[in-house]
Design a protein around this ligand. Sequence first.
Ligand SMILES: NC(=O)CC[C@H](N)C(=O)O
Length: 388
Amino acid sequence: MTTSTRAAAKAPAILVLEDGRSFRGRAYGAVGETFGEAVFSTGMTGYQETLTDPSYHRQVVVMTAPHIGNTGVNDEDPESARIWVSGFVVRDPARTPSNWRSARTLDDELAAQGVVGISGIDTRALTRHLRERGAMRVGIFSGPALDGPAGTGLADEAALLAKVQSAPQMKGADLSAEVATKEAYVVPAQGTKRFTVAAVDLGIKGMTPYRMAERGIEVHVLPATASAEDVYAVDPDGVFFSNGPGDPATADHPVSVMQAVLERGTPLFGICFGNQILGRALGFGTYKLKYGHRGINQPVQDRTTGKVEVTAHNHGFAVDAPLDKISETPYGRAEVSHVCLNDNVVEGLQLLDRPAFSVQYHPEAAAGPHDAAYLFDRFVQLMEGQRA
Ligand SMILES: NC(=O)CC[C@H](N)C(=O)O
């Protein structure tokens, strides 16, 4: 990938899907070539949080909302220190951002971070294609990467397609170690410290420790490679497993660490990848969804209360657990606590005999509605219960 000037960003670009369908548009952000899994997000706002969510590592995100970049880029909203998406696809980028916090344009930010994008394509047609055929590998090409043989300026689509088809698949990808912190760090509790939590970073979003810290939790964020000994070295009242990129079927190490935590009966909470790891730790399988759930408007029912909440999602895999029965697991009885009302996908798990639960979606709400904030309070209650 190479960076661009704004003038170069007007260059022609092409997006090629692994099944041969292609879309022609203009370069957006950096000029060059990039590959990843094409997925779509239905969020109308929150593109900065999406771009910087480490769970999007190796994914090319198609925004279904047509106008993107309207509020520019600020220094407050990123969920990590860099953009993680491997490519970005928008219909109609804002030419002039307008927001009191905006520090620069999204186009310039993508270019500065070397993120290749494409604009001016029919994102509705592309989204419908992905919805019907499923998420698949994609490449975006602009500038020299687009030029065909002998400088004709015409793309050799067969050659580009061959490149896309040789890019790595998301199924089977083990990516947490590529995005997680290498060194442990502490996010201090706000106000009086009430609890200590060991948070295993599999690709954690910045808002997650913040949501705990604002509840009086001192959060020790540990690398993805942390062992059970590392977790217990911080003397935690609770253990947290974060969101993260890749295929949960590859996450054998965090599954074994979680099993050690379940064995000891320490209060446990998992989000997204953490939910899939709890599923595996309990003996359930995981599988790849056809096109996943991504956006900030997904209806979920909390089956423990019957309440429906509107929630933020970003997942391409899901847990395969029975919806309508309590399962016997090596750690006691478990049930599906939350379900997606669009398609009945498992959105949460809870143990009935040990203080452990998880959700497949994003209660940290960055971006997204705050309906699910109560889950952090549930984690606090589990830790309070353990002390009582
Ligand atoms: N946000 C996440 O943690 C995603 C988990 C997993 N990589 C998935 O796509 O399902």
